[in-house]
Ligand binder design. Structure first.
Ligand SMILES: [Zn+2]
Length: 156
């Protein structure tokens, strides 16, 4: 066997093609030999030549991100040959829409609570009070002590 002479760090792509891997191998940084599955999934869905072509058009510092998304998309495509990762995207968009409508409902609830709070305090408000004191009252409405409000109002 020539096992000892084979480049021990041949990348997953070269290993699967039984080729020698070189320092210039485009795929070596993204597909280390210790994770064959990662390469095989991408190769099965996109094909070796297409992966090489795609990576050549991408800046070296962006290739890892590109390969990560290729792996993600290839896995999704294998799990769901019809929709691929579009299924996940649609599910997340639906979830966003649901959460946005829940958020809108909660914001309305908060507005109504503020309005109710303001209404409760309104007998304490003297008509001639300026807006600054009204704002102070309003922000204190959670733990308001009516006596605390009356005293400065009468003092004005
Ligand atoms: Zn290689």
């Amino acid at each position: 066997m020539t096992k000892g002479r084979m480049a021990p760090k041949a990348c997953a792509a070269c290993r699967s093609q039984r080729k020698k891997c070189s320092d210039e191998c485009l795929l070596a940084p993204q597909f280390p030999s210790d994770d064959m599955q990662r390469y095989l999934i991408v190769q099965k869905v996109y094909g070796f030549n297409n992966v090489v072509k795609m990576l050549k058009d991408i800046k070296p510092e962006q290739r890892q991100d590109a390969v990560n998304s290729l792996v993600y998309e290839a896995k999704a495509r294998m799990e769901d040959p019809v929709n691929g990762c579009a299924r996940t995207i649609h599910q997340l968009q639906k979830q966003i829409a649901e959460l946005e409508s829940q958020l809108a409902a909660k914001q309305e609830e908060i507005m109504n609570m503020h309005f109710a709070c303001e209404k409760l305090l309104s007998p304490l408000t003297v008509e001639s009070v300026d807006t600054t004191s009204q704002q102070i009252e309003y922000s204190m409405c959670d733990e308001v002590d009516p006596m605390m409000l009356w005293e400065p109002l009468w003092a004005v």
